[in-house]
Design a protein. Sequence first.
Length: 688
Amino acid sequence: MPKLTVDGVEIEVENGLTVLQACEQAGVEIPRFCYHERLSIAGNCRMCLVEVKPGPPKPQASCALPAGEGMEIITNSPMVKKARTGVMEFLLINHPLDCPICDQGGECDLQDQAMGYGHSGSRYTEDKRAVSEKYMGPLINTIMTRCIHCTRCVRFSTEVGGVTDMGMVNRGENAEITTLEKAVSSELSGNVIDLCPVGALTSKPYSFMARSWELQKTETIDVMDAVGSNIRVDARGNEVMRVLPRLNEDVNEEWISDKSRFACDGLRRQRLDKPYLRDSDGKLNPASWDEAFAAIAKKLTGVSGDKIAAIVGDLCEVESMYALKQLMAKLGSQNIDCRQDSAKLDANARAGYLFNTGIANAEDADVCLLIGANPRIEAPLVNTRLRKGWLSGGMRIGVVGQRHDFTYDYDHLGAGAQTLQEIADGTHSFADVLKAAKRPMLIIGMGALTGEDGAAVPATARTIAETCGLVRDDWNGFNVLNTAASRVGALDIGFTPGPDGLNVESILAEAETGDIGLVYLLGADEIDMSRLEKAFVVYQGHHGDAGAHVADVILPGAAYTEKDGIYVNLEGRVQMGRRAVFPPGEAREDWTILRALSAVLGKTLPFNTATELRGMLHAEYPHFTKVDSCEPAAWENFGAPGTLSKTPFGLTIENFYMTDPISRASETMAACTRDFASDNGEASGTNG
């Protein structure tokens, strides 16, 4: 570990660090524009200049200079101050004076550093350079005259996003960042807005909507996929204005997907803000809460528990699902299910439905087997970890399923379960690759768990994990890539059919024949609603989506930004979502609706407050008390061994931008669908 001096203070740093990183360890702030901890070093902006001895008598860029033994680094000498002031003056030569109308105003690195390191006035009297605006798609707004050519956006899109749409053309005064008038076809493209240190790239949907100091900021959890990205919801009044990422090294680092960031405008549209009842003519009419509850109570009078069923959706928090499970138990029904897509997941074996390796540890694997999964559209932030492992460690990736553009190279091993069986038997060459690996892992997607072979795939994958050494004392390489934010939490509390209960497919089948009389949908919109026409349907949710269209009674609930709640991400990490705004109109938090309904039905649930509800939940399932931690799951037997067919694995997500009621109500996601998903599947990662 080299010893060096920073502004007269001797420190010891790790080998391989740059001078900039060494200065940061010493507690000295170094200004920068182009340098970013998660991107390659470019050395473009020259703002991080320091004086280094021994060395040439001139300032040097600290971001690209390796720290060495015996170095004397000076960050506050007259030479350094003059150099930084000169660099700032050059950066501002062509920068427009439009800070008052810039969306970056108040959050701009250039403003901050101009105040700290710039001249008090401008000495430039020539004509300023102007650059024409560029088209980068429906999400990114460009004012390229402001660009300082730090190339953060180019490096992010190439290195993290895995697309080569952005680049710099020309040289010198004519240099420009451009996509050649092409939309940036990455599911992570919105992150370049956060990365841009000036106002050149801003959010197109948020453009001129609000100022940062007007917004109420709430730290919460994203539910657009099962990753559980840490986000900050910015609201003005009772309206969500934007969603930004929060730093969490174990989950999403500092990125979020475009759906997480931009689908929030769907929270304002097609909302359910009052109860509705369907009349004899088939028309939905507004009703009071008492009338809605009375209609449900009347329908349930004299109905046995085996004629009642409940299905929960993909965006529900644990508390509401727990309350619904309690209510269904009091009604004598075991017909409950959380697997809208009919995925064959066993709630009795936690290791059989978790991403056991952990999101952060996935990049450390040296071999990965993808089974019926497309992480690029099912969990983009898991895909960034795989890409990082492929880039830095040469991770070898094998794919069983459909071909996709995953943003990294892979070996296509086969299309379906037959290939999986060959690997399990040891007759496929990839079995030897897994056995020889130090940290091998496999990832099963919903495409493999929802098809014809869905029941047998987990057992076959478990065989591969055990015979190929994926499960060890210090490593568990067996992973399931869930796509629903509520799925792991629902499986944790056992929201699956009882011994005599019916699963989703059986509920729909018996509803078609009239054997199921009442179906309670808690935010469930991803099933075939046409099969529920003969049943009495109660829909509790926040959007007028598919479930509301067939409902006989609609109970307006709260969206994820409008309630506190527990969510468990795909790796089993327990996280708390926080309320940013209040539900619209007469809508209420979901657990309160279920509590009030239970009293009307004469089956009163034993809690009156959220604290009492969580107390019951924690007593029955203690791991929910360990917020922001992952409890390792015991390795058990799971899956049902069976004969595997030659049928190729399918896809459960065809359009990345519209997967739930919120994103389907979003105009921004509709624009993305027009630009990307219908364009040969480019941005959906389905272009092979």
